[in-house]
Design a protein around this ligand. Sequence first.
Ligand code: NAD
Ligand code: ZN
Ligand code: ZN
Length: 356
Amino acid sequence: MAHSFSDWKGTVAMSTPNTMRAAVAEQFGPDVTVRDLDLPKPGPFQALVKLHASGICHTDLHAVEGDWPVKPKPPFVPGHEGVGEIVELGPGERSVAVGDMVGNAWLWSACGECEFCRTGRETYCHNAQYGGYTVDGSFGEYMLVDTRYAPRIPDGVDPVEVAPILCAGVTVYKGLKEAQTKPGQFMTISGIGGLGHLAVQYGVAMGMRVIAVDVADDKLELARELGAEFAVNAKDRDPGEAVQEFTDGGSHGVLVTAVHPDAFGQAIAMTRSNGTIVFNGLPPGDFPAPIFDIVLRGITIRGSLVGTRQDMAEALDFYARGLVKPHVTACELDDVNDVFENMRKGKISGRMAIKY
Ligand code: NAD
Ligand code: ZN
Ligand code: ZN
């Protein structure tokens, strides 16, 4: 029987090993363990990906520490900003080929059939799988992706630099859209970490007048370099008052990416009447919300979870066109626990990413 070249190419790459090194959360606690794991086998619609890089998101730290009400099941491999090349395809898979560069994301897959999936709100699918949370993620030399959901990485880009777009970038880009703030209006970003330093850049690229709030002066300095017009250290000054004063009546939009509940309550005082606050940050805890203020000033408060596949394509396109540039420092898989420790202390500038 004759086989054409195209039948043969693109199913399995040569010389894939049987095991890989991965950072595993064995139980909830401060650390992951780097050890050998069997390579997973791609099923229908899946591909096996050899990682080139993975960003380290604060969500990975929440996952490993078991911070949230809905918890992952240890042992698991965190990581949802993975970028790599396809080395093996699942049975029948034809939408991608061996050698293609793809990523994993928090939205690893969704059911495709429910009300949320049918109406372009797939991130709220009740049967969604989350990369590095309900499915093993990108803190290992290999990972599986669902080819129907895996982001396609633009040609020729640096895997380390693009990695943070896959969670931090798409999340804040979607969050900014949800704030319905127009070009020329004020957008305050609270929390200038991995997410926030990209939010400043997306906000500027979308024509907004960006204000930065954080509790660390070096983060605020970075925000100014990236185009923020005004920066407030919430430790030194009441951020509500400072933003009200600078904007002469409040910020039209506020995006909270901070990892402390205080920032969530403070957002209300920063907002202009009829403005919209979007919450991206997910620290465990609650915040006090003044009912009178919210009603009399007609303020909208909404949550926003990552972004859809279309949001992802758009967020990557901003990067490919040079409108946003993640501030990334490369590290090794063995450094993950040190990165987590620095993250807890708020000592990371921009994003850290594992380079494989
Ligand atoms: P990060 O650690 O890189 O940055 C957090 C920033 O918050 C730091 O700059 C820190 O100085 C700042 N901060 C701490 N306390 C503050 C305060 N009181 N006021 C203002 N700023 C303060 O974290 P990250 O990777 O950017 O993630 C941020 C949060 O967003 C995490 O909780 C993460 O789980 C969440 N997240 C949510 C989504 C989503 O889809 N909604 C996606 C990704 C991450
Ligand atoms: Zn669904
Ligand atoms: Zn993330």
